[in-house]
Design a protein around this ligand. Sequence first.
Ligand code: NAP
Length: 278
Amino acid sequence: MTIPALELNDGTSIPQLGYGVFKVPADETERAVSEALEIGYRHIDTAAIYGNEEGVGAAIASSGIARDELFITTKLWNDRHHDDEPNRAIAESLEKLGLEQVDLYLVHWPTPAKDDYVHAFAKLIELRDAGLTRSIGVSNFLVPHLERIVAETGVTPAVNQIELHPAYQQRDIVDWATAHGVRIESWGPLGQGKYDLFGTPAIADAAAAHDVTPAQAVLRWHLQKGFIVFPKSVRPERLRENLDVFGFELSDAEVAAIDALDPLDGSGRVGSHPNDVN
Ligand SMILES: NC(=O)c1ccc[n+]([C@@H]2O[C@H](COP(=O)([O-])OP(=O)(O)OC[C@H]3O[C@@H](n4cnc5c(N)ncnc54)[C@H](OP(=O)(O)O)[C@@H]3O)[C@@H](O)[C@H]2O)c1
C-alpha cells in the first residue's frame, strides 16, 4: 500500500492520507495508533488539546518505524499564543511525543478576539527556523486571517486545516489556498457522522458503482479534490477501510455530483465558527 505524498510550499512532502486522533481517549491512543501504524498509516494528526500526545509518542516509540518514514502533526492551543508561550508549548508537545522535531506545527484556531494570531504565527516561523518543526501552518483560519499573517510576516503557511466535507466545502478558503500554494487539510472529512452524508444518492450511488463503502467514496472525493485527510476511528476494521481508498477512482461526473451537495440542508458546519472560538 503506497499512500501518495503531496509536496508542500516549503519543499517538504506529506502523506495525503493519515490518521486523526481527536476524541481518541488517552488510554486508548497507544493501542489505536499502534494498530494504524501496523496496517500502513504513516501520518498522525494530534494536538496538545486532545490530551493524547503521550499515547501517540508511545506508539511511535514501540513501532520500530524509522522517524523519517513518519509524518507527525501537532497544534498550538488557543491560550498559548502570547509572548514565548509557543516555545514552551512545542517543547511540552515534543516531550510528550518523544520527538526532537514534529513534521508540522499548526496554530490551532485564530481566536480573533484576542488578536494575537499574527504573533503566534511569527513564533512558529522562529520554531521552524530553530528546527523544532519542519513545516508550519494554521488551522481554522478564514481568508482575512490568512491575508493578514502573510502580509505581516511575509511567510505563507504550508497548510490550512479546516472543517471540510461534502456538506460544507468552504470554497472561498479553498480558492484562496489554491491561488497561494497552501494545501488544504480537511478536518471532519466524514462530517463527524453528524450528517447523513452516506445516505445521499450522490455518495451512495458512487459507492455502489465502485463496490466500496460510502465512507470510502467520500474519502476518495477528498483525495481527488487534492485535499489531505486523516479520518478518525477507534475501530480496527474502519482504520483498514479508510486506508483502502487507492484501488478505485471516482469519475468526473461522480465528483461533480458530490460537489453539488453543499449545502445539504443549509446548515453547513458541524464545528464552531472560527470567529466564535476565543
Ligand atoms: N483543527 C481542528 O480544529 C480539528 C477539529 C476536528 C478534527 N480535527 C482533526 O481531523 C480528524 C478527523 O476529523 P473528526 O475526527 O472530527 O471527524 P471524521 O473523521 O469526519 O469522523 C469521525 C467519526 O466518523 C466515524 N467513522 C470513521 N470511519 C468511519 C467509516 N469508515 N464508516 C463510518 N463511520 C466512520 C468515527 O466513529 P468510530 O471512531 O466509532 O469509528 C467518528 O465518529 C480528527 O481526528 C483531528 O485529527 C481537527
